[in-house]
Design a protein around this ligand. Structure first.
Ligand code: SF4
Length: 84
């Protein structure tokens, strides 16, 4: 069965969140609460920061729970460094 994932987009970039991989390290919301706010629903608000800033924060996720791909690269999911 494919791993559960949720996608959020601002039209330019699609952020993928895989809850089962999330280690609740707090890095994303401590780094960018305007976008990643676990107290709100949806917890990722794509209009909270620029595309570049969001990508920069996604890359800092240590678990691979957050990844992204650009809207013009629909088949190319860019991972955050850690293997799944
Ligand atoms: S940075 Fe990644 S592992 Fe940490 S809370 Fe955010 S999504 Fe989860």
């Amino acid at each position: 069965m494919p791993i559960e994932k949720h996608e959020y987009t601002n039209g330019e970039v699609i952020v993928v969140w895989k809850p089962k991989l999330c280690q609740h390290s707090t890095i994303c919301w401590k780094g960018l609460i305007e976008v990643f706010n676990p107290k709100e629903r949806p917890w990722i608000k794509m209009d909270g920061a620029s595309t570049e800033r969001i990508i920069d924060q996604v890359k800092q996720c240590p678990s691979g729970a957050l990844s992204y791909y650009l809207n013009n690269e629909l088949n190319k999911e860019i991972n955050t460094g850690e293997p799944e």
